[in-house]
Design a protein around this ligand. Structure first.
Ligand code: TMP
Length: 233
């Protein structure tokens, strides 16, 4: 299969003219590749968790690129044109929000924050607003409005899902793509690499912050997330 793209943690292959095979690798990185390692089993965990998240969204009426989970570490997905904007949704202050603004980590936000970051390594993925996105021809105003709506709906669905599993959805990032008809589909991955997940009781970190901040065995934490989601399955 022709390789279309290889990123920091995933490789995308052309399956056929309108489908891609996404391979989740065991590579882990933080700080735009400044910190790197390989963690055995990470790819499989993230593929399985992502597949479940996409299935859940589909079930709740959110359109995604997801077609099928291929064990252990691949997803078959519709080919889309990814809009180079990371759509970040925050329920609780953490990460870059606390570095850039006077929010305290763990503080419940008065209102949900939806943030757009321009996916561009050369410029360090800067936060942008609608006017900048439109001027850079990244998306139309109508698409940006829909992207915000999709992000908020995804937040409602995932927040409730994780709450029932004893996990707080602190924040997450999604990517959105256009299919051949210009319809917006949630794409890429939704995994502990792209969500902040805290245990509801202990506030133990169960996501990539464990790697970013050297808080312990990152795979052990991802396994806790998988265990809560899938139980014995
Ligand atoms: P941040 O606090 O570092 O801006 O991250 C917000 C959320 O977005 C967090 O759940 C991690 C996720 N994220 C990614 O998945 N990829 C990225 O490149 C960045 C910056 C954040």
């Amino acid at each position: 299969m022709k390789e279309l793209y290889s990123g920091k943690a995933k490789t995308i292959y052309e399956y056929d003219k309108d489908k891609v095979l996404i391979e989740f690798r065991d590579d882990i990185s933080a700080g735009n590749g400044a910190k790197k390692d390989v963690k055995e089993g990470k790819g499989a965990l993230n593929a399985k968790i992502s597949a479940k998240m996409f299935e859940l969204l589909e079930k709740e009426g959110v359109k995604t690129h997801f077609i099928e989970y291929i064990e252990p570490n691949k997803i078959l997905a519709k080919k889309v044109e990814i809009i180079p904007i990371e759509v970040i949704v925050r329920n609780i202050a953490a990460g870059s929000l606390c570095k850039r603004y006077p929010f305290k980590e763990g503080e419940e936000l008065k209102e949900v924050i939806v943030q757009f970051d321009y996916k561009n390594d050369e410029y360090g993925d800067p936060m942008i607003n609608e006017d900048i996105a439109v001027n850079l021809n990244l998306a139309t105003r109508e698409e940006l409005k829909k992207m915000r709506e999709i992000a908020l709906k995804v937040n409602d669905i995932l927040k409730k899902f994780f709450d029932e599993k004893g996990i707080i959805l602190v924040d997450f990032k999604i990517e959105i793509g256009r299919d051949e008809n210009g319809e917006l589909l949630v794409a890429d991955e939704i995994s502990p690499d792209t969500m902040r997940l805290w245990d509801k009781e202990t506030r133990e970190r169960l996501d990539k912050d464990v790697f970013r901040r050297d808080l312990g065995d990152v795979i052990a934490k991802y396994k806790i997330v998988a265990e809560r989601i899938f139980g014995g399955n």
